[in-house]
Each structure stands twice: as C-alpha cells, then as structure tokens.
Design a protein around this ligand. Structure first.
Ligand SMILES: [Zn+2]
Length: 257
C-alpha cells in the first residue's frame, strides 16, 4: 500500500524515461535522497515539465512506498528556483558539482537534515562573485566532512596533540594534519604544507555562520591550500571523490589566478 506524502526537495538530476516520463533524483529535507518518477509529463504543452529541472526546490506530493526504488509524483509545485546560479559559469559549475557530490554520496532514504540545510544555504549564497564562491565551496566541503563525521583535527597535531602555532603538514598516509616535528621522520612525496595562515582560515570556516561568510577574506594561496587539503582528505574517505563530475574543472579555478 502506498501513502500520499509530501516533501520539500532539491532536484539533483533528471533522466528521460520511456517516451513521456522523467525520473529524478531529489534531495529531500525529511527523507534524504529519493528517486521520483513523473509519468506522462513529456507530452507537449505539459507545464510541469519546466519545473522538473536540477537546482529547483519543489514541494512534491507523491505516492510513497517503503523500500521502493522509485516513488510516483502526484503533483509538484516550485518553491525556489536558484535562478541566480545560472547567470555565471563558475557558480553553475560549483552549484552543479555540489548536486553531484550529494547524489554520489548518499544512498536512498537516509535523512540528512543538517546537510540539506547546508546545501540549500550554500546554493542560495552562491553569487557571481568568484572569490566568494570559492570560499563558499570550501565552506561546503568542510562542513559536509564534519557532518559526515570524518573531519580531522585542524587545531592540533594528530600525532603529538600539540596545538598548531606554525605551518602544519597534511599527511596522506595518516590522512590527518601533523606538526613539522611529527612529520619529519614520516614524510611522503604526497604530503604538503598547510600554512598557519590557511589553518587559521580553516578555523574561521569552522566557526563562522554561513550568513556572515562575507567576513572571511582569503588570499588566492590560502584558498588553494585549503581546497587541496579538503579534496585530498575527502578523496581518502569517499570513493572516487575526484571523479565526481565537475571536480576537475573546479580544481582549475583554484589553481588559475
Ligand atoms: Zn606533532
């Protein structure tokens, strides 16, 4: 038996299905990721077609069946379209990569309310300002890792526990940050320095509310270091993170002045 329920959700991805239907992956606020099917909506002049697009936040009414891989949409209304994202290349890229990460990361029906709010707010704040978009994406990666429970210590050495007062070393082998004393006998070519300045910015990212993100100013090099750190670190925790569509192009944004 199916229940008619309603959820708010952001469309992550859509696929055409049969001649007239659409399947969409949706990140819902209350049930995590769900897959919906909208039947018959690709018929000519069907107005619902235009709102079933990635980025749109919709209110879905649907026939919910537990443990079903797909749920049939009864009706959907648009709540917010994030249309500001489509005006600028780097915001489209960062926004769609965020959707791809969410889509890759989560199985169906694992509620992730905090990550839903994080995603919504980051998408909402992305603007044509490239520097701010870069900081927002770092903010997203950092808080996503933290919510998933695998953020390393950023204020102290993972080995000797001393508080960082100088540059730290990101060690791929231990997948953590070490002080220079601890990394000296244990270093690999893949290790890299995270300057004290970048560490302080990372602590700010940790404590700043997203509504005040404009207060964070970061140099090109600090942005690049933090991005490299977060991506390397997440790569070790999430299978094929670096293969997620968009990551390669975003990496270029952090490396080209
Ligand atoms: Zn140490």
């Amino acid at each position: 038996m199916s229940l008619i329920v309603s959820s708010q959700g952001i469309i992550l991805k859509i696929f055409p299905y049969s001649n007239t239907s659409i399947i969409c992956n949706v990140f819902t606020q209350d049930r995590g990721k769900l897959t919906f099917i909208a039947k018959g909506i690709r018929k000519p002049k069907n107005p619902s077609l235009s709102i079933l697009q990635p980025f749109n936040l919709l209110e879905f009414n649907y026939y919910y069946k537990k443990n079903r891989s797909m749920h049939l949409i009864k009706e959907a209304d648009i709540l917010f379209s994030f249309s500001h994202l489509r005006k600028d290349f780097s915001t489209i890229l960062i926004g769609s990569t965020i959707l791809n990460i969410i889509n890759r990361l989560f199985e169906e029906e694992y509620p992730q309310e905090i990550i839903f709010r994080l995603t919504y707010k980051v998408l909402n704040q992305l603007s044509g300002d490239k520097e701010q978009s870069k900081i927002l994406f770092i903010f997203f990666l950092f808080h996503l890792s933290k919510q998933l429970g695998f953020m390393p210590n950023i204020d102290r050495c993972n080995s000797c526990n001393s508080i960082f007062k100088h540059d730290a070393i990101f060690s791929l082998r231990s997948n953590s940050l070490l002080c220079s004393n601890c990394s000296i006998n244990n270093s690999l070519d893949t290790d890299f320095v995270l300057t004290y300045e970048s560490l302080k910015n990372c602590l700010l990212i940790n404590t700043t509310h997203i509504n005040s993100i404009e207060d964070i100013k970061m140099s090109f090099h600090n942005c690049q270091e933090l991005y490299n750190f977060l991506i390397s670190f997440m790569n070790s925790n999430i299978n094929n993170m670096h293969k997620i569509k968009g990551i390669k192009e975003i990496t270029k944004i952090y490396h080209e002045e």
